[in-house]
Design a binder for this molecule. Sequence first.
Ligand code: ADP
Ligand code: MG
Length: 321
Amino acid sequence: MSSPPASAIVIDAVSKTYRPRDSQTVKVALKSVSLDVPRGAMFALLGPNGAGKSTLINIMAGLVNKTSGKVVIWGHDIDTDARQSRRAIGIVPQELNLDPFFTPRETLEVQAGYYGIPKAERRTDEILETVGLADKARAHARTLSGGMRRRLLIAKAMVHNPKILVLDEPTAGVDVELRQQLWETVHEMNALGTTILLTTHYLEEAQENCNTIAILRHGEVVAYESRESLLSRLKDKLVVVRFAAPFAQVPVGLSPFLPEITAPDTLAFRVNREDGGIPALLDALPGCGLKISDIATVEPDLEEVFLRLTRDTPLPGRVTI
Ligand code: ADP
Ligand code: MG
């Protein structure tokens, strides 16, 4: 067997323009998106609704034709090597599209048949166990809860033992407890060597669970890096100084620090913590002529990075404490 590729998925300058047949309007959903999903990653594709996440996933799944660009899955180009690329990937779609009359066991057996997996090699029971549906093997899909259906869809995507599992909004509309179970399932699979790519518009989930994060906005990649480096994008620390009384104007000694007036008695300073900005500010404060009543600092979090990268027009740093 040839050695596995370093990249589980390579997306190279992929664009998509939807041209609905019955409409004059065209919709540009993806604009030259390039991404590389490393083998073994737990990769989050993050972005607000309409950003193009499902479009990208559906292109990988062969459900949507891209307008231009190239997608390589586990070393196989989806255009020239569709069969092999589909074998390498399991997709859990955003919609819960299950046949209501099939039981979980039947659902997986049909899917295994679709992939031409011989009966002796099928892992139906093992997979049902993995996703916690062993006791529902013979229940009709329509009697399953939303969370169970979601897990059945994951099971369905695992039938052909793909190297990569792609989940489109796996936790949307799933209650907290089931969401926890889903994450456990996904983490287990990742620990066993499956590369995970998932989309979410829940920032905290990406931050907690994924080691690589890309942010999509209006069909464009606006960030793509490790969780740590995404966080360190905000090298600035926010220093919030409350004075003992309201002030008429920013004291001259503090104006070089370009503070923002966030309340009649409060200034917020965005200070770069790597270039000595904080000591300089602390040196300047005592001589500013105002009595200080409180100082607080705020660490950047992914939320702020996300908001900065996804909002349409950059706003001056707004302080919410
Ligand atoms: P996300 O999954 O990030 O919410 P989508 O990929 O579903 O985003 O949608 C991206 C954009 O493409 C949206 O503006 C959406 O309205 C549009 N879009 C998605 N599917 C179609 C389609 N079949 N026909 C026309 N426009 C579409
Ligand atoms: Mg979507």
